[in-house]
Design a protein around this ligand. Structure first.
Ligand SMILES: [Zn+2]
Length: 287
């Protein structure tokens, strides 16, 4: 079943009127994309059943398992490929989130295929996602924290919080081209104001999801020192979708690799991530 795709047909993103719920972000998103906000009373297709209506009102979480296809990501000493581990965690996380009944879920990839980084960002933006959560597992080169282990969360930073984070972002971005974001055809002043408002709101959301996820992970998963880090990952650059990137452990560390190979351990990580995401969504609705 692919509920997200089904929903997209019912409710195209950035229409301005979204089944009676126009969020500030979707309004700004519509304005930025040069889309006219429909006037009150405009024709809007509505779901045919109450259940569809309730589902449509639920926020959409986009899960983004890193790498895929010809890009294996990091490779552990035992030959464990990052692309496989992170897909397994994302699929378990999807099951848990959908089972919670608190959100809809879509994935940037659900099989072993390569997806360009900017396409992952656009995937979330086009669906007006409430959150984009990228899932990775890292490998630290010897000399740059070769003994590093544990999970960490990244949010977007203009300047990387440390040399380690900068090197990591460079490696993760290498598989793709970084570039400017799609910008609308409005005057430069309007664009600047809207972007500034939107980025500020998005940044606050990203920080909140990082805090919620880290506190859930801390209950049962070893964390890297200073586990909330900042770097310029391409997948964190959506101006209108709160985004975070979780590194679930280090394939370069023998014990981390051993644990990440175990389905039970991946289930534990997915459970903690689900808890963090649900806590974030709860606060998002409350504020
Ligand atoms: Zn990665």
């Amino acid at each position: 079943m692919q509920p997200a795709q089904e929903l997209v047909k019912i409710c195209p993103p950035h229409r301005g009127v979204r089944l009676g719920m126009t969020t500030r972000r979707s309004f700004l998103g519509g304005a930025l994309l040069g889309v006219v906000v429909a006037p009150a009373g405009a024709q809007t297709r509505v779901p045919s059943t109450l259940r569809d209506s309730v589902r449509a009102a639920m926020p959409l979480v986009v899960l983004d398992p890193g790498h895929g296809g010809a890009d294996p990501g990091a490779i552990g000493g035992q030959g464990t490929e990052e692309k496989r581990i992170v897909l397994a965690v994302a699929q378990e996380l999807r099951r848990r989130l959908e089972g919670s009944g608190r959100c809809r879920v879509a994935m940037t990839r659900s099989s072993d295929v390569f997806v360009p980084l900017r396409s992952r960002v656009e995937f979330a933006r086009q669906r007006d996602a409430a959150l984009l959560l990228s899932i990775h597992a890292d490998s630290a080169p010897s000399g740059m924290g070769g003994r590093a282990r544990g999970a960490s969360i990244y949010t977007l930073g203009e300047t990387a919080s440390d040399a380690f984070s900068a090197a990591l972002a460079r490696r993760e971005n290498l598989a793709d081209q970084a570039g400017g974001l799609r910008l609308p055809s409005v005057t430069a002043d309007v664009q600047r104001i809207l972007l500034s408002m939107m980025r500020s709101e998005t940044r606050q959301g990203s920080e909140r999801v990082a805090r919620a996820t880290l506190s859930a992970l801390a209950e049962g998963v070893p964390l890297l020192s200073n586990p909330h880090r900042r770097a310029g990952f391409v997948v964190l650059k959506a101006p209108d979708v709160p985004s975070a990137l979780v590194e679930i452990g280090f394939l370069s560390h023998p014990e981390d690799e051993l644990m990440l190979r175990r389905p039970a351990w991946r289930t534990r990580i997915a459970g903690a991530l689900a808890e963090g995401v649900i806590a974030y969504l709860g606060r998002r609705v409350a504020t």
